[in-house]
Write a protein that binds this ligand. Sequence first.
Ligand code: GLV
Ligand code: MN
Ligand code: MN
Length: 409
Amino acid sequence: MQINAARVNERLAYLTRFGTTPDGGVTRYAFTPAEQAATNTVAGWMAEAGLEVRRDAVGNLFGRLPGRRPGPAVLTGSHLDSVPNGGHYDGPAGVLAALEAVQSMKEQGIVPEYPIEVGSFIGEEGSRFPHGLLGTSFLTGTFPCDEIDHIADRDGVTIAAALRAHGYDPARAAEAAVAPGTYKAYVELHIEQSGMLEARGLPAGIVSGIAGMRQARGVIRGRAEHAGACPMDLRRDPMPAVAEVILEVERAARELSPATRATVGFVQASPGAANVIPAAVELSFDIRDLDGDRRDACVERIRTFFDEVSRRRGLTGEFEVQHTSIPIRCDAHIVQTMHEAAAAINLEPFELPSGAVHDGANVSLICPVGMIFVRSRDGLSHCPQEYTSPEDIAAGTSLLAETLLRLAK
Ligand code: GLV
Ligand code: MN
Ligand code: MN
């Protein structure tokens, strides 16, 4: 089927104005003016397209194209939030490709057998609240609602407070969970964020599975003292301990397997001054693997080392897992459907795994999941240089539209 390639790319370009950074990237956290403006804009486009538009109890946005039958619906979409100083394609590409596919169907008078819903899910990145895949955690009923008053951003604003500030009642957040059988499939288009498609010269590919992630927060506490007056052998300085831990994080992932990834992306000393030995250093851990057991082994190795180095240096350490997502294999029937869809548009059906995490990991708990990747230039993502060409966006959108048509039959 035809899609409007110019329209999806123009919309993608339009959204770049919400949260633009000085170096051309984007910072668009959940429940901030930039993210709300982007979401409202997309809601407007959904309404213009003639979809039934609604928000759920936590602000996930949906636009529905009714089918001949009431349900179950095929769900497709992605997110509009970003990492700090990230790129303009991670998330919006999937939301807008989904909208384009569905709007084109409507314009061409195609009525699917089952409804197709376009979703834009809140807080996928976990950049503001230390709980990524936030919107789909509520959607799938897996968010720990007793934590809603405790999980907070770096300014101490809790998820409950953010919801309240945007007109949502946190006491009703659990109502965002959908009933079993609501969806028959979930398909997300996303940028690849790696270089396999580029290496093969392909605009788009079929995702075979999504890595599982575990994120933790560590704090090592020592004693603040004068950087010049305190002799080296009398210090209780947490910073060298953190340095040891960071090297172990790199070693652990390298030694476990090529599919293991471990990253320390955030380090903060307090009080944080050149002439003060830190009283404490906080750091983040992000550990992933396509194999959940191997990921967990990596986490345990790092945790053990973290405790050992803290003890050996006379410091105290706290290591707390904050968020976990499950590794999944994409659904065999959806993958097969994507092969047929690829054949229909003369695209080589190339399968590849996702090292990044996506909402599909959560959604797999309520329905079968598949994903389409579009080529990322130089494999770059989570940075301002992130780029996917208009031609590749169009090819991926066509593959998505063909897939949705077949799944909604
Ligand atoms: C999301 O982009 C993630 O994989 O962290
Ligand atoms: Mn991302
Ligand atoms: Mn993303």
